[in-house]
Design a protein around this ligand. Sequence first.
Ligand SMILES: [Zn+2]
Length: 151
Amino acid sequence: MDAATVTCATCRTKNQVAFVAAEAPRCTQCHGFLPWITQAVDSDYTVIADSTTVVVCVELWAAWAQPSRLVGPLLERVVAERAGRMKLVRVNVEDARRVQSKHEARLVPTLILLWQGEEIGRHSGALQLPELRRWVDQGIATAFRPAKTPS
Ligand SMILES: [Zn+2]
């Protein structure tokens, strides 16, 4: 199974972080949450994007798209700040035409927020760090809003 090596920002322990898991990853040493940054292609997209209980941000990117190169590092930062509450799934559209067409994402980059398989937010094109933070936090708030009680 795919995994990434992530160094804990708190205690500097190196951890293996699995791409597929229900719960957000924690450091084996200090048990703090770790940033959850994964990659997917057509064949493993569904299991990586739909297997978790946290909010998923799908980043449809391409090396040739200038705004992708700007948004990528900002996303990494935002996801690290929200460790334990979200998962980033990076999808290079060159390797994932089916994922791109499933989400009808004509523009690159397109960011999609998913919660329990449902789309709860979408943004296409470049954006600045404060906007990105606001957009992600809105999505997280939508996902964790208490269910309405039937009247
Ligand atoms: Zn740690």
